[in-house]
Each structure stands twice: as structure tokens, then as C-alpha cells.
Design a protein around this ligand. Structure first.
Ligand code: NAI
Ligand code: A1CAB
Length: 269
């Protein structure tokens, strides 16, 4: 078991730490650094891990450094850590920041870029991973072990594919939450209490997600199985499609991928 430092202890770090701890990673082998005392107290209390406000101390302690700060502060955080970074494996989860920029700011080539998602917190996440050429097979296995606590892992052959992963699975949970928000609001408008509408929408999302992963049928077939000719589902689906749902979804997902590319250009100069 290796010592891991999380630089930045926000939502995504907490999701990954939750996955690690519930998968049996020793809490004493995990340290997180964050400027917020309240945040550190929460993380310490929830997971029993070590905490510090000193990024350098966390980095110096660890064999693996997970960079989990917002893309906008990544450059300054990395540059301030360059003294402490030697042979550690670096895993960056920041949207948009290329390995080349991380390598340059930290002075280390041993970088894996990772795009996880928040269901990591309950072990139901998926992470897209890209490793630079110098990363060894052993280090890749280590990264997999760390991220598998958070869910599935998918290796990418080209770094540019991370933009698509960000748009599909990184941002993706938010698309489903938005649909559930809309379903709850509609349920209320149709006369249900908020509590009942919420329970119906949540359980429907859970059931649909389980069918998607467990059934031998694809999404389109499962949808057709709900859709009786001239029935209620057809009325809803027709309204979605006539309103341009497919084109809108493609436009939205492309906007996420484009934003990932823009972040790379803006933040890696
Ligand atoms: N939220 C998500 O679904 C996903 C986020 N990401 C990436 O994960 C990274 C973190 O995102 P979130 O956890 O959502 O953000 P967040 O805002 O919840 O967490 C960022 C944390 O960094 C801390 N921080 C700020 N300045 C710092 C510094 N100088 N040194 C150490 N810590 C510092 C903040 O106090 C905060 O707790 C981002 O780069 C984002 O692109 C990647 C995949 C999914
Ligand atoms: O919205 C973002 O920029 C981050 C990356 C993927 C999910 N959240």
C-alpha cells in the first residue's frame, strides 16, 4: 500500500478518498491538503485520514500525489510543489490541463491524467486515464488500484480523448441530475407533493440505470420496450424529439468537450 497525498480536498477529492477508504485503503496512508480548516475537519472526521494546510508537507510525505485543485489554480499549486516532487507518481484530475503543462510546472514527467466523476463517492464512478510515455506498467497498475475504489477505469491511447471523456462521463452525472430536477418539477406541477415526485424520479433513475448496465439490450431497445404505440411514453418522447432533444444533447455535450479544449489552451500557456 502506497502513501497518497491529495492536493485540494474538494468534492472530487472526497469522492476518490471515499472510494479508496471503503475499498480498504488504510486511512493513515492518505493525507489531504487544503487551505480550508473546515473542509479539512470534515474530511478528517468523515474518513479518518491525515490533513494539513501545507501542500508541500503533503507532497513530501507521499509516494503518489493526486492533484485535485481547480484548473485555474493548478499552475501556481504545481510550481510551488516543484521542490518536493521527485520520483512520486503524479495523477492530475483537473479538467483541461494537459500532461505537458503539469510536467513543465512540476518538473516531473511521471504524470497520469485522469478524468473521474462524482459517483466515485459510492464506488460507481468511471475514470478515463492517460499516461505519459515514461509511466511504467507498475505505475499504471498503481493508478488503477487507486481509482478502482471509485469505480471502473478506462485507459485512453491518446491524450486528446480526455476531452470527450470529460464531456460524457466527467460532466455526465450533471445531465442526469438535470433531467431528474425537471421530472420532479413536472411532478409537482401535475399535483404530486415534492416528496412523492422526488421518490418517483429518484427510483426511476436508479431502475433505468440498473437496466442499462444489467440488461443485454441497448438503450434504444429498452426505451422502445417502455413505449407502447399511441401511448403515454410515445407522447413524451415525440415531444422531446420534435423539440430537438437529440441535436440539443449533442450540442451540449460538444460544448463540454470544447470547453475542455479551451481550458487546455487558456491554462497551459
Ligand atoms: N466535480 C467533478 O465532477 C469533477 C471535477 N474534476 C476536476 O477536479 C478538480 C477539483 O474539482 P472539485 O473537487 O469539483 O472542486 P472543489 O472546488 O470542490 O475543490 C477544490 C478544492 O481545492 C481547494 N484549494 C483551493 N486552492 C488550493 C490550494 N492552493 N492548495 C490546495 N487546495 C486548494 C479548495 O479549498 C477546494 O476544497 C478540478 O480540477 C476539476 O476539473 C474532474 C472530474 C469531475
Ligand atoms: O465541470 C467541470 O469543469 C468538472 C470537470 C468534469 C466535471 N466537473
Amino acid at each position: 500500500m502506497k502513501k497518497i497525498a491529495f492536493i485540494g480536498g474538494g468534492n472530487m477529492a472526497a469522492s476518490l478518498i471515499g472510494g479508496l477508504v471503503s475499498n480498504g485503503w488504510t486511512a493513515e496512508y492518505i493525507i489531504v491538503s487544503d487551505p480550508s480548516v473546515e473542509r479539512l475537519a470534515y474530511l478528517q472526521h468523515t474518513f479518518g485520514i491525515q490533513t494539513t494546510q501545507d501542500n508541500s508537507a503533503a507532497a513530501a510525505y507521499a509516494e503518489v500525489i493526486v492533484l485535485a485543485v481547480k484548473p485555474q489554480v493548478m499552475q501556481s499549486v504545481c510550481m510551488s510543489l516543484s521542490e518536493q516532487v521527485g520520483s512520486q507518481l503524479i495523477i492530475s484530475i483537473a479538467a483541461g490541463i494537459p500532461c505537458s503543462a503539469i510536467s513543465q510546472w512540476l518538473g516531473s514527467q511521471t504524470v497520469i491524467r485522469c478524468m473521474p466523476n462524482t459517483p466515485a463517492l459510492i464506488g460507481a464512478g468511471i475514470s478515463g486515464l492517460f499516461a505519459t510515455a515514461v509511466v511504467t506498467a507498475e505505475q499504471k497498475q498503481l493508478a488503477e488500484r487507486i481509482l478502482q475504489g471509485a469505480g471502473k477505469v478506462s485507459w485512453l491511447t491518446q491524450e486528446v480523448q480526455i476531452d470527450a471523456v470529460t464531456a460524457i462521463s466527467g460532466s455526465g452525472p450533471a445531465y442526469f441530475f438535470l433531467l431528474v430536477e425537471a421530472m420532479i418539477a413536472s411532478g409537482e406541477q401535475l399535483g404530486l407533493s415534492r416528496a412523492v415526485a422526488t421518490e418517483l424520479a429518484q427510483q426511476t433513475a436508479l431502475g433505468a440505470a440498473k437496466m442499462l448496465v444489467q440488461s443485454p439490450h441497448d438503450a434504444a431497445t429498452l426505451r422502445q420496450q417502455v413505449t407502447s404505440p399511441q401511448g403515454t411514453t410515445e407522447a413524451a418522447i415525440k415531444t422531446f424529439l420534435n423539440g430537438g432533444f437529440m441535436a440539443l444533447a449533442e450540442q451540449a455535450i460538444t460544448a463540454a468537450a470544447t470547453r475542455s479544449q479551451e481550458l487546455a489552451q487558456q491554462l497551459s500557456q
